[in-house]
Design a protein. Structure first.
Length: 521
């Protein structure tokens, strides 16, 4: 297909990125940058390559090709060599202005050195170059937007002041009124505010971005990052339903082996939202669709994570412990050793399911395997995330053995560690928030008042989670707070369609019905 001549109905947003290439290639270049801002890397690369073919001396076309290999917000680089070659070609051609030279210097700095890349260090090097370019050209909107992205990409995961994110959002919002249809401003604003504390600030951008970039699968999905943070499950389902269909069409057009990573990413967010509404029938279809694919393209953490997380979530959110205990890595052919945190998800689900169904030897093996995965993971962030899973599995194993407060101590440690880190954009959230688990355990131990405190704290971070609302209702009921119990059970029932059935929903419905009878509760 002719990637430079855009279809008439295409909606990517509006970008103006003046370059020194042949004048007739300016509109195609603007389109290619719009694709880049929406992380549609495959389409952007094809567009930049066609520009390079039409104007072989265009250094910025090579810059664009290199930029499609940076992937600043993902945990790995799918094609480092492609980016390195394009960045070197851009540098050899040379930019036609100090601005172009600055862009090329930034992407070249990212790709300097041999593989395997130290990805975090490279992102910081890119951010330093973009900061210097922004200081040199403070009035250039595209420089500002790419600098804001680099700031988000280098935000420390344990900085709960969100300094980088706030700075990026301030830069982006300063441009929003003048550039209301710029895809990068809307997209990166959502990423900047994708935290529990800041998410309400991005709701307008979340609802605007899919309208502006309706042709982009990631543009259709991205709003669900904010919808998930705010517990807007119907909107999250609609967003990811559209995104999975669009992603599937794109994969079919290219003849990709397996699913495109954008489709897989949307699958996980879709599964998460459906399970919060107890739409288990639709969730089962998502699982079957996911598992019909033999692999993901490109094979990165973004592909591997959903293959592990979607089946784990389907079993764990429904509290089907034996089902969780029987999980195996699927597809088995995936190189799971490359993605230890994704592999740890399946190990954790099996260990938790085993512990909560009384299979303690299997649970102990899972805990030991999580420990090995933690110790074998070089990335500090992901090793700590695996440690959270290990603590949780060990807690429920200790609880099954009985007789001490070890389980409570372990879950409290897991909650503290989990809350010291921000979640990665690759996932909608923890499999089960550690503090939610702690609250549930306290309630089962006959300490509902303490349990309610913990569960309400979990709901403040992850609002309207199905099991969080249910456990809050149970804790409030058992602690003698009928009004709070009614509030949580009513929220739970209203969040789910009448035909959706789970034992927890039936408990909530019976409580609400009983309290309405004369002389009851």
């Amino acid at each position: 297909m002719d990637v430079v001549s855009a279809p008439a109905e295409e909606k990517l947003g509006v970008v103006s990125f003046p370059v020194s290439c042949a004048a007739e290639l300016q509109p195609p270049f603007d389109r290619a940058v719009a694709l880049l801002h929406s992380f549609w890397y495959e389409a952007a690369e094809a567009a930049f390559r066609e520009i390079a073919e039409k104007d072989p001396g265009c250094a910025m076309a090579q810059w664009g090709i290199a930029m499609t290999a940076v992937h600043p917000l993902w945990p790995d680089v799918p094609d480092y060599e492609k980016g390195r070659r394009a960045s070197e070609r851009a540098a050899s051609l040379g930019g036609a202005s100090p601005l172009e030279e600055g862009y090329i210097a930034a992407v070249t700095r990212f790709f300097i050195g041999p593989e395997p890349p130290d990805y975090p260090a490279r992102k910081h090097a890119f951010e330093r170059e973009m900061r210097a370019l922004h200081e040199q050209f403070p009035g250039d909107s595209e420089v500002t937007i790419f600098y804001a992205l680099s700031s988000i990409a280098t935000a420390p995961p344990d900085d709960q002041t969100y300094a980088n994110q706030r700075q990026a959002a301030e830069l982006l919002e300063g441009l929003a009124a003048a550039l209301p249809e710029h895809p990068g401003i809307l997209h990166y604003t959502i990423h900047a505010y994708d935290t529990p504390e800041l998410a309400p600030k991005a709701l307008a951008a979340a609802r605007r971005y899919p309208e502006v970039a309706s042709s982009v699968p990631h543009g259709l999905h991205m709003s669900s990052h904010i919808f998930t943070r705010l517990g807007l499950w119907k909107e999250a389902v609609a967003a990811n339903g559209s995104a999975t269909h669009a992603g599937h069409r794109f994969a079919a057009e290219l003849g990709l082996p397996g699913a495109w990573d954008e489709e897989l990413h949307a699958f996980e967010y879709l599964m998460y939202a459906l399970l919060q509404m107890a739409d288990d029938q639709a969730a089962a279809k998502v699982l079957a669709d996911l598992q019909s694919h033999p692999t993901g393209t490109p094979m990165t953490m973004k592909s591997a994570h959903p293959f592990a997380a979607v089946p784990a979530r389907y079993a764990l959110e429904r509290r089907q412990w034996k089902e969780a205990a029987a999980l195996e890595p699927v597809p088995a052919e995936l190189p799971w050793e490359r993605f230890p945190f994704a592999a740890a998800i399946t190990v954790f689900a099996k260990a938790l399911g085993s512990a909560r169904s009384g299979a303690l030897e299997e649970a102990a093996r899972g805990v030991a395997e999580l420990e090995a995965l933690r110790d074998g993971t070089k990335d500090h962030y992901w090793s700590r995330q695996i440690e959270v899973l290990r603590l949780e599995a060990a807690a429920w194993m200790a609880e099954a053995r009985g007789g001490s407060d070890e389980a409570i101590d372990l879950l409290r440690a897991a909650a503290t560690l989990e809350e010291s880190m921000e979640k990665h954009p690759v996932t909608p959230g923890p499999l089960i928030p550690a503090r939610e688990q702690l609250g549930e355990l306290l309630v089962t131990r006959g300490r509902p008042e303490e349990g309610l405190t913990e569960i309400e704290a979990a709901l403040a971070v992850a609002p309207k989670r199905f099991n969080g609302l249910y456990e809050a209702g149970i804790a409030a009921r058992d602690a003698g707070h009928p009004e709070r119990a009614r509030k949580y059970f009513r929220m739970l029932v209203e969040m789910c369609a009448p035909g959706n059935m789970r034992p927890e929903l039936e408990t909530a419905r019976r409580y609400l019905e009983a309290e309405s009878l004369p002389g009851s509760l």
